[in-house]
Design a protein around this ligand. Structure first.
Ligand SMILES: C[S@@+](CC[C@H](N)C(=O)[O-])C[C@H]1O[C@@H](n2cnc3c(N)ncnc32)[C@H](O)[C@@H]1O
Length: 225
């Protein structure tokens, strides 16, 4: 059964600046390194031409961290989902120049990708780094971390799989803990049920921005039961 189209989205697509190279990448490289969105379940082994652990990054931004991760982990496959065209273009250019065979991009809403395109128990890890914090109270409904979303992530993870998150917005960090600690099928990996020590992951663009602003960074890890 397909997930119904959700009305409230976690992003607003603005007609932002896109470079000529990014535009060319969307036109010429997306057909090669992208996976078109479709509500039909995806055969990951067919996409990557092998069976390997699969990591999904939601909202990869410019993709630099994801590209480094994929290059450093050739034994795993990586799917990046992002809606911001310049970021998708930037990531495609990096995939092309590094000739990465273990990274593919889906330029679509991650909630629909998770709900309709990714089969249950198909992912070893889901990464959600520095999602838009939507700080105003009237916008909290736009935060991607919601009870229905976390329940969906849990069903797409394999048993024992990891859901890793980070944010530099303390109220959102508390929001995440509250929702995720109550999520069915997920267990907080921190001994006290709170945040974990910062793992050895590359610093993302938004993390660096947050640090420049003096923000503390919060990391969370959950395991699928
Ligand atoms: C604040 S940025 C963080 C980007 C990157 N993870 C980083 O840390 O630099 C959040 C990103 O999530 C993307 N995003 C938000 N909602 C999304 C959704 N439902 N599906 C896919 N991408 C989404 C936005 O387009 C944006 O690029």
């Amino acid at each position: 059964m397909n997930t119904p189209r959700h009305a409230i989205r976690s992003y607003v697509l603005r007609a932002g600046r896109i470079t000529r190279a990014q535009r060319r990448a969307l036109d010429e490289l997306l057909p090669r390194w992208g996976v078109p969105y479709s509500p039909a379940p995806l055969d990951l082994a067919a996409v990557f031409g092998r069976t390997a652990p699969c990591v999904l990054e939601i909202g990869f931004g410019d993709g630099d961290t994801l590209v480094e991760l994929a290059a450093a982990s050739p034994q795993s496959d990586f799917l990046g989902v992002e809606v911001h065209p310049p970021g998708v273009g930037h990531c495609l250019l990096a995939i092309e120049s590094r000739q990465l065979t273990n990274l593919r991009v889906i330029a679509h809403d991650a909630v629909e990708v998770l709900g309709n395109q990714l089969p249950p128990s198909s992912l070893d890890e889901v990464l959600l780094y520095f999602p838009d914090p939507w700080p105003k109270t009237r916008h909290h409904k736009r935060r991607i971390v919601q009870p229905a979303f976390t329940a969906l992530v849990a069903t797409r993870l394999k048993h024992g799989g990891a859901f890793r998150l980070a944010t530099d917005w303390e109220p959102y960090a508390e929001w995440m803990i509250e929702i995720l600690n109550a999520a069915p099928g997920l267990v907080n990996a921190a001994p006290g049920g709170g945040f974990i020590e910062r793992p050895d992951r590359g610093a993302t663009r938004f993390e660096n921005r947050g640090r420049r602003l003096g923000h503390r960074v919060f990391d969370l890890e959950y395991r699928r039961t």
